[in-house]
Design a protein around this ligand. Structure first.
Ligand code: HEM
Length: 129
């Protein structure tokens, strides 16, 4: 089975509620992380949470509401206004990992999500150091 199909099944298993809980857990951590809270727009964390959630739902086999609202993801380009170095990338992945563990999705789900976050977050790095 290709990764594509495996990824698609995540939505069927964890549903809207799973992505809700995952993103809520992540964005609960953003304001208290001393790196992430200098990068994220503190006046629109509710909006940021919504955009990430809708993207992940779409990416992992759910409805394509993200693209209906925002168009093509073009995530690397959309992250260019923010300075993302390796430290910021690592914090992002760490906070998402904590949120994921809190959700107790189970090993196979975590493995697929972790592999995606790990490589996608590296792709967002746009500054050395
Ligand atoms: C797995 C990696 C990542 C994914 C899937 C992801 C996904 C997204 C998505 C879907 C948006 C909304 C884009 C839009 O529609 O405008 C967004 C915005 C943003 N991301 Fe990421 N991101 C990732 C990594 C990172 C990293 C490493 C950082 C830096 C620490 C970061 C910081 C931000 C910021 C500051 C925004 C703007 C918040 C907003 O939507 O208002 N992201 N990200």
């Amino acid at each position: 089975m290709s990764d594509f199909h495996l990824d698609d099944r995540i939505y069927k298993v964890i549903g809207e509620d799973g992505f809700d809980r995952l993103c809520a857990g992540f964005f609960r951590r953003v304001p208290v992380d001393d790196v992430l809270n200098t990068i994220y727009p503190m006046d629109d964390l509710v909006g940021a949470e919504h955009r990430l959630r809708e993207f992940l739902v779409q990416r992992f086999g759910g409805p394509h509401r993200y693209s209906e609202e925002r168009g093509e993801p073009r995530l690397r380009a959309r992250h260019m206004p923010f300075v993302i170095d390796k430290l910021a990338r690592d914090r992002w992945v760490q906070r998402m990992e904590e949120a994921m563990i809190e959700c107790e999705f189970g090993g196979p789900i975590n493995q697929v999500l972790r592999a995606f976050f790990d490589s996608a977050a590296t792709f967002m790095i746009n500054k050395d150091g």
